[in-house]
Design a protein around this ligand. Structure first.
Ligand SMILES: [Zn+2]
Length: 306
């Protein structure tokens, strides 16, 4: 069901103040990827238990399978049922049209990333598309996130370690960040400081000194993609420097799949798959709870929603 424009604007206003509260209070909102309803249940239960504000997010593949309106409705239903403070992020929308559709569906956070679909997109293309989405987002007040580069990695579990020297070449620079924010008018800058999509056999390393330089160079919100597999102490420091949003996907997917495989192995004669899902949900919930703790967001849900 479509939401009224007034209700979308109120949601976006609340989302803006949630991110401002996070920045002021030196914690970050977790943005947790949804694969399906079970993942949404896991995030909701974690948000209730931790009394934390959270974002759920879907990328293009999930948009195509689940549908923007269905996800909006499901999230609104869970918000009403459990009283959680929850917002939706459209993650890595590959085109201006896809981003506009997310705004029209009432998503509070919109990440425009045309370089995901076209790794050769020029900075000029990226700036122009981002500006168009920023202008369109005025309709609801949605927060727009972008970056002037392609993020490495992928949302999967990799068996090979990444090459830190190669990754370093794609890091943000304070000057580049300032120029991009000024050129586009975005609300949130997605920084690249050692964060990387995917799960790897070696832990990730965040360059916190560079993060501080980027923080000093720009005044808008800062997000970190590819938060999975990062030791928690990095997040504790990153939120103090001023990161307000951290995306988590792979750690949840690994917990989901490994627990599901275990359940299938242990229950070979059970065909009501729903009966196997409680443990899967618990495992994903546990990941989400531990991230909420590392991000410092425990107990930070908006008082009126508690
Ligand atoms: Zn990402």
């Amino acid at each position: 069901m479509s939401k009224s424009i007034e209700s979308m604007r109120q949601d976006c206003k609340d989302a803006r103040s949630a991110l401002a509260r996070a920045r002021e209070g030196q914690y970050a909102l977790g943005a947790f990827n949804l694969d399906n309803q079970e993942t949404l249940i896991a995030v909701t239960k974690a948000a209730v238990k931790k009394n934390a504000p959270v974002l759920v997010e879907i990328s293009h593949g999930e948009v195509e399978l689940l549908g923007l309106e269905n996800v909006r409705d499901m999230v609104d239903n869970y918000k009403a049922e459990f009283g959680v403070e929850m917002y939706i992020n459209l993650d890595h929308s590959p085109s201006v049209e896809a981003a506009k559709a997310g705004i029209d569906a009432g998503f509070e956070f919109i990440h425009i990333d045309i370089s995901q679909a076209n790794h050769d997109a020029t900075e000029e293309d990226i700036i122009n598309c981002t500006k168009e989405v920023v202008a369109y987002a005025k309709k609801t007040g949605a927060l727009v996130e972008s970056e002037p580069h392609y993020f490495g990695g992928g949302s999967n579990r990799f068996t090979k370690a990444f090459d830190y020297a190669e990754i370093k070449k794609t890091f943000s620079t304070p000057e580049g960040a300032r120029a991009f924010v000024e050129a586009t008018g975005i609300d949130t800058y997605a920084a690249a400081i050692g964060n990387l999509h995917g799960s790897y056999p070696v832990p990730k390393r965040l360059d916190l000194r560079l993060l501080q330089e980027v923080r000093n160079a720009i005044d808008c919100n800062i997000s970190l993609h590819g938060g999975s597999g990062t030791p928690g102490h990095y997040f504790e420091d990153a939120v103090k420097i001023g990161v307000g949003k951290i995306n988590i996907n792979s750690d949840m997917r690994v917990a989901y799949r490994t627990t599901l495989e275990q359940q299938l192995k242990e229950n070979k004669t059970e065909f009501a798959v729903i009966k196997l899902m409680d443990k899967v949900i618990d495992a994903v919930q546990e990941v989400v709870e531990s991230k909420i703790d590392s991000f410092g967001a425990t107990g930070m849900a908006k008082p009126s929603i508690r």
